[in-house]
Structures are given as structure tokens and as C-alpha cells.
Write a new protein. Structure first.
Length: 173
């Protein structure tokens, strides 16, 4: 069996066929059951060229260690796709298992390498008004809220809250 080079961490029921699917619950299709708050993860260094982390990072206790693990298990130049709730989204507060909130600019700290955070390059990022639930609303609102994320977060996000932030990072080793 060929080893998979893509990993879907905290996959829940969102199983990706071309990925090694990892979650703390043994849902159908989960390949590895693992508590992602337990370090190190059970994967070798430089194993994956793509990492998917959709709505999992906000549930984990240590942002820095989580990103260090993602970097460790990734090859140089690997693509990391992360989706997290935006701090203005009411769902970010409803879920009692959420441990942190995110701004459009949270991931800037990974490019700057401050606070001992591992280095990544931001390839793309955007605010998503409704996530995937109502694509028509995204079509209308996403261009507006992404026009100037700093103005949006400073003045408008509490009037017109968005659901999530999606970011693509590149691993730098």
C-alpha cells in the first residue's frame, strides 16, 4: 500500500479519500485515532506535502505546539490549508470546546517568526462570510469584507460578522 502524502487532521466526518484522515473519534473513514493535543504526533518528520486542518485548530490547547507539529511532519514547501472561525462569528462563542479566536491577521505572526512561532509563508487567505453554507451570500459579501480586512475588523465586523478565515500556508524549513 502506497503511503499517503496528504493528511487531514481533526477530520471528524469530513473524510478526504486522498488523505490520511486523523481524528480523536473513530468515525467511519478515520485512519488514525489520535488526540492532537498529545505531542509528538505519531507521524515521521517530513511525511506530508499537504496538510488540511479544517475547524480543528480552535479546539486545540497549544497553538504554537500544534503549528510546530504541522511543520515537523510536513516537507519543505508543503501546503497547509487551515480554516478557523473568525472572532466575530457567534458560533466561535457557542462551542464550549473552542479554546481560542482568530483574526485575519493572526497568521501574520507565523511569517514574522515572533514569540518562537515556527516559520510559514502566507500564500493566500480570505474572510468567508458564511463558510460553505450559503455560497450566494459569500458571492455578495466576501468581496466587501476582503477589500480591506483591517478596516473590516476594526469598524464593521460586529455589524456584519463573518463566519471563518481560510488560509493557505507554505512550510519553510
Amino acid at each position: 500500500m502506497k503511503q499517503k502524502t496528504h493528511i487531514n487532521i481533526g477530520c471528524g466526518k469530513d473524510i478526504k479519500k486522498d488523505c490520511l484522515n486523523v481524528d480523536c473519534i473513530k468515525y467511519p473513514g478515520v485512519d488514525v485515532v489520535w488526540d492532537l493535543d498529545k505531542f509528538p504526533w505519531p507521524f515521521a518528520d517530513n511525511s506530508f506535502s499537504e496538510v488540511y486542518a479544517r475547524h480543528i485548530i480552535e479546539h486545540l490547547s497549544d497553538f504554537k505546539k500544534t503549528l510546530e507539529e504541522i511543520r515537523r511532519i510536513s516537507t519543505n514547501g508543503a501546503k497547509v490549508f487551515i480554516v478557523v472561525p473568525h472572532f466575530s462569528f457567534v458560533g466561535a462563542y457557542w462551542d464550549p470546546t473552542h479554546k481560542r479566536f482568530f483574526s485575519f491577521f493572526t497568521f501574520d505572526y507565523l511569517e514574522k517568526g515572533v514569540y518562537g512561532l515556527p516559520l510559514f509563508r502566507i500564500k493566500r487567505r480570505k474572510l468567508n462570510f458564511t463558510g460553505e453554507k450559503y455560497p450566494l451570500l459569500n458571492h455578495f459579501f466576501n468581496p466587501f469584507i476582503n477589500l480591506s480586512p483591517v478596516l473590516y475588523e476594526r469598524f464593521f465586523c460586529w455589524i456584519l460578522p463573518c463566519a471563518e478565515i481560510s488560509v493557505e500556508l507554505e512550510v519553510i524549513k
